[in-house]
Design a protein around this ligand. Structure first.
Ligand code: 13P
Ligand code: SF4
Length: 347
């Protein structure tokens, strides 16, 4: 009986998030969800899922799906730190799964595909940060969470899109190194300079999804939907952010800021300037509102599928499991832990 109810609610939540999903696809997904749920119980596994996952990976256990927690990168870090199952499967990208391992080393952390990288994380290395520190001695380094452990290990503090402003504000002095996202850096710079006079020293990393939201693209969508408010992530180019906030207005912020803004706005129509599947999240949360979503998918996030999540679960405890394991030298983990823990004091 419980299973029948759970299956039904998975399908209805999925259709809310993606109304064009084909019935045959839903049936195949329901089968995978049933097997995943069984294996999770058997092997004591929790699944943490980012808002950029396909909708089938965002339906929660309470809604008949597989995700124990769905969130942005900050929410997922906190959930990883406090997870109390033996295993964590991370439905997100590699830097997120690494952060989970750094924060909760007693758990076994698994990633369904090691192809799930990130153009920002790959734009910078630990050696690059050491070179920056030698060039600007004494200037504090803030590393975006979208970096690998060896980069974090060289930073004074990490930040996510949700707490970046508070963290940048908290430092004295007239300079700060912010890396690696140049657009997010410029968006922060505009606000920090006006508030504190502080200059940010930036790296040239870019998110290959958010950099595609140009002023021309935003402007074209606003012309067709003049009443829509525009929702843009911090990683969107600064000139496009300025375009987004004129007219009907909107918000620049983190994924959670975007979700909260929609909930608090009296507007009915929104243009999304962020990853395509955040559109599915918003449709699931606010079915009475309308979202115009230029569907740009993160090729890294989309490496994680329901099938690969099932493959990972089947592999745990067998000789195939090593293909999915997140592991790290203890010395590196401890160095990367410090700036993350400092960040969590702001969370
Ligand atoms: P948040 O989840 O912090 O909003 O980050 C967005 C992102 O691009 C993750 O890769
Ligand atoms: Fe990286 Fe951008 Fe993909 Fe996020 S959306 S994982 S920042 S490439």
């Amino acid at each position: 009986m419980t299973n029948i109810l759970a299956k039904g609610s998975f399908a209805s939540k999925l259709r809310m998030m993606n109304p064009s999903v084909h019935p045959q696809e839903v049936a195949a997904m329901e089968e995978a969800v049933a097997e995943i749920s069984e294996l999770k119980r058997e092997k004591n596994v929790v699944i943490l899922s980012h808002y950029y996952m396909g909708p089938e990976l965002q339906v929660t256990v309470q809604e008949g799906g597989i995700a124990d927690f769905v969130g942005d990168s900050l929410g997922l870090s906190v959930a990883a730190k406090t997870a109390d199952a033996a295993h964590i499967i991370f439905c997100g990208v590699k830097f997120m799964a690494e952060t989970a391992k750094i924060l909760n080393p007693g758990k076994q952390v698994w990633l369904p595909s090691f192809e799930a990288g990130c153009s920002l994380a790959e734009s910078i290395s630990g050696a690059d940060v050491r070179a920056l520190k030698a060039r600007y001695p004494g200037v504090p380094v803030v590393a975006y969470i979208n970096t690998y452990a060896e980069t974090k290990a060289e930073a004074d503090i990490c930040c996510t899109s949700r707490n970046a402003m508070d963290i940048a504000r908290s430092f004295g002095g007239d300079k700060l190194i912010f890396l690696p996202d140049v657009f997010m850096g410029r968006n922060l710079q505009t606000r920090i300079k006006a508030e504190t006079g502080k200059d940010l020293i930036l790296w040239d990393g870019k998110c290959e999804v958010h950099e595609q939201f140009t002023p021309q693209r935003i402007n074209g969508l606003k012309l067709v939907h003049p009443k829509a408010q525009v929702l843009v992530h911090w990683e969107v180019p600064d000139d496009a952010v300025a375009e987004a906030l004129t007219g009907a207005g909107g918000v620049v912020g983190s994924t959670s800021d975007i979700i909260r803004f929609v909930g608090e706005s009296a507007n009915r129509e929104f243009i999304l300037g962020s990853e395509c599947d955040l559109g599915a999240t918003l449709r699931g949360m606010y079915p009475e509102k309308q979202f115009i979503v230029p569907c740009i998918k993160c090729p890294h996030m989309k490496q994680i599928t329901l099938q690969r999540t099932l493959d990972t679960l089947r592999a745990i405890g067998t000789d195939k499991q090593e293909a999915y394991r997140i592991s790290m030298e203890e010395e590196l983990r401890l160095r990367a832990l410090k700036p993350i823990e400092r960040m969590l004091e702001f969370a």
